[in-house]
Structure formats: C-alpha cells, structure tokens
Design a protein around this ligand. Structure first.
Ligand SMILES: [Zn+2]
Length: 183
C-alpha cells in the first residue's frame, strides 16, 4: 500500500511536470483555457486506456472540470476506469456477475441490468485511484457529481437537478415488482 502510494505520487509529479511543459502549446490552442487543456492532455497520457466517449455532454464537462481543479489546485490525479457502456456490454457484465455470485439478488449489489444502469445512460463514472475518488467525494458536489453507493468507492453519478440519495449498494433501490418477486 505504501509502495503503491509512493508510485502514485511519482506518477502525479511526472504528470504535473508534463502538464506544465504542455501549457504554452495548450494556451495557444485554447486561449484562456490553457490550464484546462494541458491537464486533459497530460491525464490522457497518464491514463491512455481511458475512454470518455459516450458520456452525456454535461457529465463529461462536469468530470473534466472537476479533475482539472483537483489537478492544478490539489495535485490530485483522477482517472476514468469506466464511463459509458452500451446495453449489450452492461448485459454481459450483469450476466457474468449473476453466474459468479449464483443469484440475481447478489449480482445486483455490484452490477445493475442495462435498463437500470447509469453507465448505459452515460451519467456514471467509475474513477481511480482511491485518493482521486476521495477527492471527488469531498468536492464533487460543486460539479453535481455524487458518490452513490457505500460498497463502491469508485462509482460517481452526474445529477443535474437533484442530490441523489446515498445507498448501501446498487440493489437498494430495487424496483418494487422485482423486490416482491425476490421476497
Ligand atoms: Zn459504476
């Protein structure tokens, strides 16, 4: 844990140096928003596998604004592990979890079926590392990004108009018909 914390600090320092080096080019490209753009470029190099496509436009804008502030003000990196998923992929994840846990009820505590998943709607973001998620939990409200579940430190959702309830797990808001069926 200490080793990984040290590693993540080194990564954060290198990414910051990179962003500072990219700042002049970013400022030319996007006058007045150089720090924003340099941060996105540097984070894209730090997290080359991340994919922000398919997120709803307000969710994407909120996330990039939040992590720009985390980056420049608090030197905290925030990466996206998983954002938008299409319904077929979400269905596969759900089916795998049902197989792994042996029941629909147990699976729902970790993965929701497509029609209930905010990932399919493009408004959910699974983030990393733990420290980045902790930053987002402290400051995300200003960007309308909220942690939803006690058992998923990484899962945040964008809610434009309401403050969503914090739940023990994704199954806690089970539709009534399903709850009856499951007893
Ligand atoms: Zn999630």
């Amino acid at each position: 844990m200490i080793e990984s914390l040290r590693r993540s600090r080194v990564f954060a320092a290198v990414t910051r140096l990179l962003a500072v080096a990219l700042l002049p080019a970013a400022s030319l490209r996007l006058p007045g928003r150089g720090r924003y753009l340099a941060c996105q470029w540097a984070l894209a190099m730090r997290y080359p596998a991340e994919d922000l496509t398919g997120l709803s436009e307000p969710a994407r804008a909120a996330f990039t604004a939040a992590r720009t502030e985390a980056f420049w003000r608090d030197r905290q990196l925030i990466g996206l592990t998983s954002g938008h998923r299409d319904a077929a992929r979400q269905h596969r994840l759900f089916a795998e979890e049902v197989r792994r846990t042996g029941s629909v009820a147990a699976a729902r505590r970790r993965v929701l079926p497509p029609h209930e998943s905010a990932h399919v709607r493009g408004t959910a973001l699974d983030v990393r590392p733990v420290e980045g998620a902790a930053w987002l939990e402290r400051h995300g409200r200003a960007y309308r990004l909220y942690r939803r579940y006690d058992n998923e430190w990484w899962h945040f959702e964008y809610h434009a108009d309401t403050v969503p309830m914090r739940l023990p797990n994704p199954d806690a808001l089970r539709p009534v018909a399903l709850a009856r069926a499951a007893g």
